[in-house]
Design a protein around this ligand. Structure first.
Ligand SMILES: NC(=O)c1ccc[n+]([C@@H]2O[C@H](COP(=O)([O-])OP(=O)(O)OC[C@H]3O[C@@H](n4cnc5c(N)ncnc54)[C@H](O)[C@@H]3O)[C@@H](O)[C@H]2O)c1
Length: 287
């Protein structure tokens, strides 16, 4: 029901979905259902969330009772239809694949209450591409959380061309209630706010590197010490995974929203140097 959100369903129990569920449960006021289609993933998500709260208890950031209560508020489900029926808010966090998300949105359109809010956590698929599949696009928006959700404060709430103000209001209230900080993108655009700024800075950093103007080390030092960013753009790219960034740049280019990926990035990705996870990207790392 559009009104007060009481029950939240998160679809996709991977890196993002599992922690969105945990952060929602930690608020103490929502019943949370976490759905995944792949056998074993719900158990993995529960094990990861248990580790996270155990560490928080050890560090004195929450009590054992709060931790146990949060975990017990998350119900696992392999049945999207059932989980959709009981939700006032559904947050979709399945893999970044348009066809997979389209199927989920169509199913949600069939089974969720017609006023339930349906949000996508996608980083690159704006809500206008999915909302009509639910039959009621006014109740759809993007809710773009950041990794790791239990640490990163921000959630970008994105208004598509058909999203109602009531939906944006309810989504931002929910984000505040789970102790995260909402910002509203009033007019949907590729990359939302943070990734547009990040892409602009990263592109310029690669441009300076390719032009031989400065080394990757010095560009990172300049940004860290001159702009007070905690990490320079090349370390951030390596940390995020160069394949992810490369894929997103290609996608942006295909959608007519910016330049193609620079040569320096293409070459690293084609050589299998994907950053920290492979031991080499713009910098080298111990495996
Ligand atoms: N990882 C990040 O840093 C990050 C940050 C912000 C947003 N996102 C976005 O969040 C979404 C999820 O990313 P992730 O990194 O958590 O991916 P992930 O691969 O870790 O998790 C995706 C989960 O979805 C499940 N799944 C796939 N198809 C399904 C279906 N039909 N029904 C139910 N579950 C299904 C998979 O089994 C998997 O557990 C993507 O849209 C991504 O763009 C990711």
């Amino acid at each position: 029901m559009m009104g007060e959100i009481q029950s939240v369903t998160v679809v996709g129990a991977g890196t993002m979905g599992s922690q969105i569920a945990l952060q929602s449960a930690l608020a103490g006021r929502y019943q949370v259902t976490l759905v995944d289609a792949v056998p074993g993933q719900l158990q993995r998500a529960r094990a990861n969330n248990t580790k996270l709260v155990d560490r928080a208890v050890e560090k004195g950031r929450m009590t054992r009772e709060q931790a146990d209560a949060a975990l017990s508020r998350i119900k696992d489900s392999a049945n999207l239809e059932q989980a959709a029926k009981t939700a006032d808010l559904v947050i979709e966090a399945v893999i970044e694949d348009f066809d997979t998300k389209s199927k989920v949105f169509s199913e949600l359109g069939m089974h969720a209450d017609e006023d339930a809010i349906i949000a996508s956590n996608s980083s690159t698929i704006a809500i206008s591409r999915l909302a009509d599949l639910t039959g009621n696009p006014a109740r759809c928006c993007n809710m773009h959380f950041f990794h790791p959700v239990t640490v990163m404060q921000l959630c970008e709430v994105v208004k598509g061309p058909k999203t109602s103000d009531t939906t944006i209001q309810a989504a931002t209230t929910f984000v505040k209630n789970i102790d995260r900080t909402p910002v509203v993108l009033k007019k949907e655009i590729w990359g939302f706010i943070v990734n547009r700024i990040l892409f602009a800075a990263s592109e310029e950093a690669m441009h300076l590197l390719e032009g031989g103007h400065a080394s990757a080390e010095d560009i990172d030092i300049a940004v860290q010490k001159g702009l007070n960013w905690p990490m320079g753009p090349f370390h951030l790219l390596d940390f995020s995974g160069l394949d992810i960034f490369y894929g997103a740049m290609k996608d942006r280019h295909r959608q007519g929203e910016g330049a193609d990926a620079p040569e320096v990035l293409r070459k690293l990705v084609e050589d299998g140097n994907l950053g920290r996870k492979t031991g080499k990207g713009f910098f080298e790392y111990e495996k």
